[in-house]
Write a protein that binds this ligand. Structure first.
Ligand code: CA
Ligand code: CA
Length: 155
């Protein structure tokens, strides 16, 4: 049974972002308002694939990325951790947009490199092992291109 607090959070999460929210996200990321709105459509699809609660749970994220909600996938797990900016176990729309903006063609290379480093540095040691690079390099580009392709952004 949900507590009052969790019910409130669910109701809050279900509310559709207003235009102002999209405009703020557009101002603070490399996406324009139309792209943010397109991402919202994609977010609604992904966040309702298993539990229609306005949040992307890890199982929904993996279902979108690797077509399996239960299959172990290092890349998907690590990418979920990085998208979950507030580290609360779910991806909210704002986190979704801010994280995907890393892959936008207009995002500075330095931001992309920093994101890639965090992705590869599984042990948070500040160093990247050779095997980690091999494992991730093959899949990172493909998965990100799929996300951007779904919202009509061609790179
Ligand atoms: Ca959900
Ligand atoms: Ca989160």
């Amino acid at each position: 049974m949900h507590s009052i607090k969790s019910c409130f959070c669910l109701l809050k999460a279900r509310n559709s972002p207003r235009f102002e929210d999209h405009a703020i996200l557009a101002a603070e990321t490399t996406f324009n308002v139309n792209e943010v709105e397109a991402l919202h459509v994609l977010f609604q699809q992904l966040s309702s694939s298993i539990i229609d609660d306005g949040l992307i749970h890890k199982e929904e994220f993996k279902l979108a990325l690797i077509n399996s909600e239960s299959k172990n996938n290092l890349f998907a797990d690590r990418l979920f951790e990085l998208f979950d900016l507030k580290n609360n176990g779910v991806i909210e729309f704002e986190e979704f947009v801010r994280s995907l903006s890393i892959f936008h063609p207009d995002t500075p290379d330095g931001d992309k490199i920093a994101f890639a480093f965090r992705l590869y540095d599984l042990n948070h040691t500040g160093y990247i092992e050779h095997d980690e690079v091999n494992t991730f390099a093959r899949s990172l580009t493909l998965f990100c291109l799929i996300f951007l392709w779904k919202v009509g952004i061609r790179v």
